[in-house]
Design a protein around this ligand. Structure first.
Ligand SMILES: Nc1ncnc2c1ncn2[C@@H]1O[C@H](COP(=O)(O)OP(=O)(O)OP(=O)(O)O)[C@@H](O)[C@H]1O
Ligand SMILES: [Mg+2]
Length: 233
């Protein structure tokens, strides 16, 4: 599903990791485990393409979609709660907006008509018509009540915002899900909900965690970050 080839990262003279080769396969949940500063977040940012490695590359299977749990709690403040979840599936979100922009045009040309029907086909294929219902269900299962779904994210409490961001990452059944210390700002109830969700999730999950004594039953493979190397266990 996701392949990492000859990946190295250096910050100046410091080698964070060197020549890492890994294959993340479908249906597995991987724990990227290491102490503070070991390089977990940096590794996950390279996997998501947010930062470039010094050498090597990351390849996502053709047609596969990756979702990342966003760390900035304010990024979606101006969105409605439902939209903040749906934008987690960026391609679907872009299609919805391109479609709306075409239909809003006053001088609707034949080319616009063709483009709109192309977009409608893609939208249907992605279950676009169910997007709002699916997002609402996900939010409700995370304890965000329906009366909040059309509010702006900024109106929610910090704890609720984190759950919205979690719903955003999980929305639309991504093929690869990247979670960097997802339990950090979550309450115990949501942590339990997430553990259950991940245990039943059928695609690839890669989760960064600090070495702690907590048991994570859903993790099947561990990549340990020590000094200068990532080990496969
Ligand atoms: N842009 C950068 N330039 C230089 N050094 C950096 C940069 N980003 C991170 N580092 C260093 O790389 C190391 C790994 O950082 P990273 O945030 O990936 O660790 P982590 O395992 O996620 O730690 P934590 O458990 O604290 O989240 C740290 O020593 C950090 O100071
Ligand atoms: Mg980190």
């Amino acid at each position: 599903m996701l392949t990492v080839s000859n990946l190295s990262l250096r910050f100046g003279k410091r080698i964070l990791f060197d020549e890492v080769n890994l294959k993340f396969v479908n249906t597995n949940c991987y724990g990227v485990i290491g102490a503070n500063g070991a390089g977990k977040s940096t590794f996950l940012k390279i996997l998501s393409g947010e930062i470039d490695p010094t050498t090597g590359h990351v390849t996502l299977n053709t047609g596969a979609r990756m979702a990342v749990l966003k760390q900035n709690h304010y990024e979606f403040d101006e969105f409605t709660v439902l939209n903040a979840v749906i934008i987690g599936h960026k391609k679907l979100w872009d299609i919805m907006h391109e479609k709306d922009a075409i239909y809003a045009k006053e001088d609707f040309t034949e080319a616009d008509g063709n483009r709109a029907s192309e977009l409608e086909a893609e939208f249907a294929e992605m279950n676009g018509w169910d997007a709002e219902t699916d997002a609402a269900q996900l939010l409700s299962s995370l304890g965000i009540k329906e009366e909040s779904h059309y509010k702006c994210v900024k109106e929610l409490s910090g704890n609720e915002k984190v759950r919205v961001l979690l719903a955003q990452a999980l929305f639309g059944n991504p093929d690869v899900l990247l979670l960097d210390e997802p339990t950090n700002d979550l309450d115990v109830e949501t942590i339990m909900w997430l553990e259950d969700f991940l245990a039943n999730f059928n695609n690839t999950v890669i989760v960064g965690l600090i070495l702690i004594l907590q048991k994570f039953n859903y993790i099947q493979e561990i990549i340990l970050f020590g000094t200068n190397r990532a080990n496969w266990h």
